[in-house]
Design a protein around this ligand. Sequence first.
Ligand code: FDA
Length: 421
Amino acid sequence: MDARFDAAVIGAGAAGMMAAAVAAQRGLRVVLVDHAQRLAEKIRISGGGRCNFTNLGTSPAQFLSRNPDFCRSALRAYGPADFLDLLRAHRVSWHEKHRGQLFCDDSSESVIEVLRRECAAGGVQWRMPCTVRGVGRETGGFRLDTEAGPIRAARLVLATGGMAIPQLGATDFSLRIARQFGLRIVEPRPALVPLTFDADHWKPYAALAGVSLEVRLTHEAAAPEGGGKRSRRPARAEFLEDLLFTHRGLSGPGILQISSHWRPGDPIRIDLAPGRDMAEALVAAKSGGRQTVAAALAQAWPRRLAEAWLAAAGPADGAARDEDLANLGGQRLADVADRRLRALGERIHRWTLWPTGTAGYKKAEVMSGGVDTGELDQRSLEARRCPGLHVIGEAVDVTGWLGGYNFQWAWSSGVACGRAL
Ligand code: FDA
């Protein structure tokens, strides 16, 4: 026999559980369908197992979208303080780690448990694990063809998230169904992801894998995307964060941040000594005795980095090797002309690199792009051209910076939808 519901939510992750719980507590008959064996894997592994569940500084400025203002309404209606009230009600404690980022004191399991209890309080029905084979429109709503039998619902919520970490069961399901109902999609791509380089170019730096330091990263878009005013990338993005060398390229919070802005062919610029004037510091250090250039740099950087970076003198940056900077590492500062030290200082503050790719969805934290916000009402997340169909969470073209913003978008869009169902 067919099961009939007021609303079916596909995807029992952060946004889906929130939407289901809110709608069910308003008295709606809600079913939550998910194909995974284990509940909310991405919440579980997030924040190193402690879930960076929001950021106190959340505002539309930390989100990338073709319409950067789209998230405003949902964030205002349900912001970080509202989620903290929910955690308080469930006696979950947290702490601030870095720049407004809030983490659980214990484990991310406690956030999953809060959502599970909220769903139970509304009497949400579960179909999990359960594969959805297809979705169709019919009089009075939608019909889901699932391996547990057909499900009929007046409203359908697509909440299957993005394609990051396919090994955890991530799929493009929401995008496929949205397309089936005629909704436009902003091209999805891996975001918050390490950047990679051509193996030959990266060879001089591969031995630095594991070295990390604070840098200032800058990205300037080579060309506006999508043309004109509706470009989804700001022309310039800058982050002061840690950078991590890897065997294949660069990672760490700063690179993850800049990766959401980067497109193939774009350079990134790295200031390897932010807040200092390395040109003047190197010239001034000449009077300090017999130390080599590498030794002088090792006072600001890890020694391994100073030696390898000077030996390479920037060949991986795609620019012609600067002979003026070649073989400087072993030379005594006192023997090097000021002009060359100033050129070195300049290079340290403006190391320009051309990544050749990203580490892909396997290593990405999120997918950017998704269902075009122009297709959705920003208060209800309902599709304008398909009444009764809602899309929430990461499946929407709203991508937060690193630091708890993506979960906040999941909670906010989930609540907005749950209240509107
Ligand atoms: P989410 O991915 O949570 O849920 C989607 C659900 O849909 C899953 O349960 C999945 O099984 C299900 N599903 C998928 N395809 C399906 C199909 N075909 N049929 C049925 N069900 C299907 N963000 C943040 O703010 N702070 C953080 O600390 C982190 N940390 C972090 C670490 C790592 C390693 C990753 C990969 C990601 C993060 N994130 C994060 C990002 C955050 O996890 C992500 O943005 C949210 O979980 C998105 O919430 P959604 O509900 O949209 O999707």
